[in-house]
Design a protein around this ligand. Structure first.
Ligand code: TXA
Ligand code: MG
Length: 316
C-alpha cells in the first residue's frame, strides 16, 4: 500500500514500521525511540536478534550524542561520502543506543542516506533504524513490488521508484587507526583512496572468529532458484537448454532462456538490476539458473561478485 512521506512519519511515530526508498535499497524503517516497533522489524524480516541494525540520521552532528570520540578521520570521511551509500561503525557511549539495535555490541552503525524521500522522513521523525526491506536471506528490495512480494500488498511503503544504486551501503570500521571495509557495497574501495590516502582493506569474514560485521554470518541475497556460476568460454554444452543470467553484449546461443543484467562493461547497470533479476527468477518459477560470473575484479564489480557468490551459496 503506497503512502505519502507525511503518512509514513505518522505510522513510524505511532510504532508501525514502513518501507522507505533509499538510494541503495529500500529500508524497513522504525523510530530509534520506539522499542516495540524495532522488535516488529526483527519479526517482520525473520532477522536473528544478534544481527544489529543501521541507525539512519540526517546530519553527522546527530551522531555526536551517541559516541564519545569522533576524530578528524571521521569528519573527513563523513564530509566526503555523506549523504550517500556509506555506513560507519563507531564506538558508542554506554546506554545511548538500545541494546536490540546494536545487538549488545560496544559499537553502532550509522548512515546518512542521500535519497530526498529518506532525508525528508528522517527530518520529520528523527533517527530511524532501517535494515533492507526484505525477508532475511532474500535479495534486498529495490522497488515497491519487491517490498510487496515479501511483506504483502497491504504493507505501507513510500514509492521512490527503482533504487538508483541497487546494492547496499559500504560499511567501514576503524581498526588501529585505519578504516577497513567490513561489508563491500555501492561505494567501491578504490573510491576512498583520494580522501583517505590509502585503499581500505576488505576484511575477510572468518567463521572461526567473531565477525566484525555480524550480518556476514548469514546466507544472503539468495533467490529460491539455485544459482550455478559459469564462465562462458567453452560452456555451450553446460548451458545448453538452461536458464542463463548474463549480459546483453554476450551471446549464449545454447541457452533456453536468458535474463539480462545489462552490458558486461556497465557495472552500475548490473548493480541496479541484480536483485530484481534474481527475484524475477523466483517470480517465473525458475528452479535453476546459470549465471555468467566472468566479470573483472575491480571497482564495483567486486561488490557485485561478492553478492553473486553469496546468492549462490547452497547452505548456511
Ligand atoms: O544500504 C544499506 O545499508 C541499507 C539501507 C536500507 O540503508 N541497509 C542495510 O541494512 O543494508 P541491513 O540491516 O540489511 O544490513 C546492515 C548490516 C548488517 O550486516 C549488520 O550486521 C551490520 O550492518 N551492522 C550493523 N551494526 C553493526 C555494528 N555495530 N558492527 C558491525 N556491523 C554492524
Ligand atoms: Mg540486508
Amino acid at each position: 500500500m503506497k503512502i505519502s512521506i507525511a503518512q509514513a512519519a505518522e505510522y513510524i511515530l505511532k510504532g508501525q514500521p514502513v518501507a522507505v526508498p533509499t538510494e541503495t535499497v529500500y529500508g524497513l524503517a522504525a523510530s530509534l525511540n520506539h522499542l516495540e516497533s524495532i522488535d516488529k522489524v526483527f519479526q517482520l524480516k525473520g532477522r536473528p536478534s544478534n544481527n544489529p541494525l543501521i541507525i539512519h540520521v540526517a546530519e553527522p552532528e546527530q551522531i555526536i550524542r551517541f559516541t564519545s570520540s569522533l576524530d578528524k578521520d571521521f569528519w573527513k570521511i563523513a564530509a566526503a561520502f555523506w549523504p550517500g551509500p556509506m555506513t560507519l561503525v563507531l564506538p558508542i557511549s554506554i546506554a545511548t543506543v538500545p541494546n536490540r539495535v546494536c545487538a549488545g555490541l560496544a559499537t553502532a552503525a550509522f548512515r546518512i542516506p542521500r535519497h530526498p524521500m529518506a532525508q525528508k522522513l528522517i527530518q520529520l521523525t528523527g533517527p530511524l533504524v532501517m535494515p533492507s526491506a526484505n525477508l532475511s536471506g532474500r535479495p534486498s528490495a529495490t522497488s515497491v513490488t519487491h517490498v510487496e512480494t515479501d511483506f504483502g500488498i497491504d504493507f505501507p511503503v513510500v514509492d521512490g521508484g527503482v533504487s538508483e544504486r541497487g546494492l547496499e551501503s559500504t560499511i567501514l570500521y576503524q581498526l588501529e587507526g585505519r578504516w577497513v571495509i567490513i561489508r563491500q557495497g555501492a561505494i567501491a574501495c578504490q573510491e576512498f583512496v583520494s580522501v583517505l590516502g590509502y585503499e581500505p582493506f576488505i576484511e575477510k569474514h572468518d567463521r572461526a572468529k567473531s565477525p566484525l560485521c555480524p550480518g556476514q554470518l548469514y546466507r544472503h541475497y539468495a533467490p529460491q532458484a539455485s544459482l550455478e556460476l559459469f564462465k562462458p568460454i567453452f560452456c555451450d554444452e553446460l548451458i545448453s537448454n538452461k536458464v542463463v543470467v548474463g549480459y546483453s553484449d554476450r551471446a549464449y546461443q545454447a541457452a533456453q532462456k536468458i535474463y539480462y543484467l545489462g552490458r558486461s562493461h556497465d557495472p552500475k547497470a548490473i548493480a541496479s538490476s541484480l536483485y530484481a533479476t534474481l527475484r524475477s527468477l523466483d517470480q517465473d518459477g525458475v528452479k535453476q539458473a546459470y549465471l555468467d560470473f566472468d566479470l573483472p575484479d575491480v571497482g564495483l564489480y567486486r561488490t557485485i561478485k561478492e553478492r553473486i557468490l553469496k546468492a549462490s551459496l547452497k547452505e548456511g
